[in-house]
Design a protein around this ligand. Structure first.
Ligand SMILES: [Zn+2]
Length: 138
């Protein structure tokens, strides 16, 4: 008999220090008893500040673990990108299309929350050019 459903939990490793990442409650990491869900957290946490969310109701990580710098970079990139459609340079839909085309990726992969450091930096640079041309302070 085949047991298809019982897939072994894959080992997730931290891309920064190579340690194994364990599932831990988000409340523990955020120090907030109301925080819901679980995270994959590097075993060297908090020495290594890397973790990643899982898709709700699963043990599937949303992407590679990210450290504090990368998380910060994603926030900056998202803020600048959002300005482009919030200030009406393009519609929100157009802005996502524009971003996907820039990276030559399908629209469904155009999620800043999953971007690498490199992609975030490229997006920030690209957004800065657009914002400057449209005289929008960022
Ligand atoms: Zn680590």
């Amino acid at each position: 008999m085949k047991k298809k459903k019982t897939r072994r939990q894959q080992t997730i490793r931290c891309p920064y220090c190579g340690a194994i990442a364990d599932l831990r409650p988000a409340s523990e990491i955020y120090g907030d008893p109301n925080a819901e869900g679980v995270l994959f957290v590097c075993r060297n946490y908090p020495g290594c500040k890397s973790y990643v969310h899982v898709y709700p109701g699963t043990n599937r990580p949303m992407g590679p673990l990210a450290n504090g710098d990368l998380r910060h970079l994603r926030i900056v990139a998202h803020r600048k990108f959002d300005l482009i459609w919030q200030k009406g340079v393009m519609s929100r839909q157009q802005a996502y299309r524009w971003m996907a085309d820039f990276f030559c990726i399908p629209l469904r992969e155009a999620h800043i929350g999953q971007f690498s450091e490199y992609r975030c930096q490229e997006l920030i640079r690209k957004c800065d050019v657009v914002l400057q041309k449209n005289r929008i302070a960022s």
